[in-house]
Design a protein around this ligand. Structure first.
Ligand code: AMP
Length: 135
């Protein structure tokens, strides 16, 4: 049975979509550390990121690079940080987090509570920049 992230990528469960391609999908983390915190997943359901094929992992990182560029345009920051945990959801994913300081990458920080319309607006800003880049 498909897991929650596979269902999100298939459009069977709603998400705040930021970007997509035939193989990958990006959407807002529902409990963001900062505004613009985004997850990148392969549509193919694999639990551990380092179990992905070499080519798929390389393509996923390149896709994440373009999503990060869109995040940085939408939410100016010093850099977009990249983290992989995967302890909660068994579907490989990369966290992309706009950083002003290294503290923004601390997963023990309290999560933001954004209203539905604000989450939708955040995703729309990232999506517009991703689509403008034409990747
Ligand atoms: P981890 O597996 O430790 O990398 O954590 C999973 C991340 O997925 C957490 O930051 C959650 O807030 C996030 N998450 C869990 N369910 C959803 C969902 N339905 N939509 C968006 N993000 C989610």
């Amino acid at each position: 049975m498909a897991g929650i992230f596979a269902k999100i990528a298939a459009g069977e469960i709603p998400s705040y979509k930021c970007a997509e391609s035939d193989k990958f999908y990006a959407f807002l983390d529902i409990n963001p550390l900062v505004k613009g915190h985004t997850l990148v997943i392969p549509r193919r359901e694999v639990d551990y990121i380092f179990d992905l094929d070499d080519d798929e992992l390389a393509e996923m990182v390149v896709f994440a690079k373009h999503v990060a560029a869109a995040i940085k345009k939408a939410f100016p920051c010093r850099k977009v940080g990249m983290a992989v945990l995967g302890l909660e959801v068994p579907h490989a994913h990369i966290h992309l987090i706009p950083m002003q300081t290294e503290k923004d990458m601390n997963f023990a920080n309290p999560k933001l509570k954004l209203a539905d319309d604000e989450m939708a607006a955040v995703a729309a800003r990232i999506r517009e920049n991703f689509e403008a880049e034409g990747k």
